[in-house]
Design a binder for this molecule. Structure first.
Ligand SMILES: [Zn+2]
Length: 147
């Protein structure tokens, strides 16, 4: 098996709604998204995946939705209303979910799966020095988060 990995970094803010601790306060991170693709065979050009085919849609989606955005639980109406008073605010809401690295990884996995329709294996979201990863459980396809 051949494994390819593409990475993009971005800055975003978030907070965890209902969290008992300092993550309840709005704060920011430099995130890294790592996308892993696997192929059993190489193409005619001896590539597993053409990195450009992944990087371009990945970068476009991150730039449009998450980079320099506020990532929010859509139930966090207090913060959403406050940010909507700032016209330059860029908001991305997760339906009924907190903007944790786990939810971000699952969301990005499904976005890329829909966009690329290829051999996506897993997505890892680094939040500072720690990461969460999402890989679909082939025996339990009901697990995960869809945006
Ligand atoms: Zn955080």
């Amino acid at each position: 098996m051949f494994l390819n990995r593409v990475e993009v970094s971005f800055d975003a803010a978030h907070r965890l709604l209902g969290y008992n601790g300092k993550c309840a306060s709005p704060h920011g991170h430099t995130y890294r998204a790592e996308v892993f693709l696997s192929r059993l065979e190489l193409s005619g050009l001896d590539l597993g995946v053409d990195f450009g085919d992944i990087k371009q849609p990945l970068n476009q989606w991150i730039d449009a939705h998450w980079d320099h955005a506020f990532l929010l639980n859509d139930r966090d109406q207090t913060l959403i209303c406050a940010l909507q008073t700032i016209p330059e605010s860029k908001l991305y809401c997760f339906p009924g979910r907190n903007p944790s690295a786990e939810v971000m990884a699952a969301t990005l996995f499904h976005v890329l799966q829909d966009k690329l329709g290829c051999d996506l294996q897993r997505v890892r979201i680094w939040e500072g020095n720690q990461y969460a990863e999402y890989a679909p459980d082939e025996e339990r396809s009901d697990v995960g988060v869809r945006s």
